[in-house]
Design a protein around this ligand. Structure first.
Ligand code: C5P
Length: 220
């Protein structure tokens, strides 16, 4: 089935835009980062050493997850437990990027990700959707924004939730995660050779969405 891929670093707006595009097309959405986050959370819950590739790979292989979509609300279950909010913390994101370089972990999650596109068209967002998981996708986007802009967006989000924020600490987390994602050997974060590059630093969500929609509508 057809797939549109959106890759890029954390905080560039991939989540919001892939969801808008999936709604526009009435296609399924694959948030591949959620799979890495779920794997990280399972590693934590089972007190596995995140440096032990074999043990982490076993967790990835047997990951018991369910995505339940009811009344347009997505609930994510890990071993039957609702972890929809828990996987969104910075701590889980950091752990996800520490286990994501393992080849065997990526291999286990690869098959799961491809299975999503077996029976339905898909908008897939992540780091290697266009380069590794769906290399034949007819439209690929690489969405980025400067680290400063991404950190500022995160600060605003957290402030809206009434949480304390520390811009410098958030910026450092973003830079460290970018560094791990871009410099690993397996499926590093980079644009596919045929990806459309979008720098959203000076664009709002609506502008990026309109641009993407135009590109997608061209393929009919
Ligand atoms: O996109 P998200 O921030 O949820 O991803 C969390 C982490 O999972 C990323 O920093 C990255 O290390 C890993 N990831 C990956 N490949 C993907 C999606 C996410 O390595 N396709």
């Amino acid at each position: 089935m057809k797939v549109i891929t959106i890759d890029g670093p954390g905080g560039a707006g991939k989540g919001t835009l892939s969801s808008l595009l999936a709604q526009h097309l009435n296609w399924m959405l694959l948030d591949s980062g959620a799979l890495y986050r779920l794997c990280a959370l399972a590693v934590k819950q089972h007190s596995i050493d995140p440096k032990n590739e074999q043990a982490v790979a076993t967790i990835a292989e047997h990951l018991d997850v369910r995505f339940v979509n009811e009344d347009s609300k997505l609930t994510i279950l890990l071993e039957g437990q609702d972890v929809t909010n828990e996987i969104r913390t910075e701590q889980v994101a950091k752990l996800a990027s520490q286990i994501a370089p393992f080849k065997s972990v990526r291999q286990s999650l690869l098959n799961r990700q491809r299975a999503f596109a077996q029976h339905q068209c898909l908008v897939a967002d992540g780091r290697d959707m266009g380069t590794v998981v769906f290399p034949n996708a007819p439209v690929k986007f690489f969405l980025t924004a400067s680290a400063n802009v991404r950190a500022q967006r995160r600060v605003t989000q957290l402030q809206q939730l009434g949480k304390n924020t520390d811009f410098d600490a958030i910026l450092k987390d973003i830079q460290d995660r970018d560094d791990r994602d871009m410099n690993r050997e397996e499926a590093p974060l980079k644009p596919a050779h045929d990806a459309i590059l979008i720098d959203s630093s000076d664009m709002d969500i609506k502008e990026v969405f309109e641009f993407m929609k135009n590109q997608v509508d061209k393929i009919g």
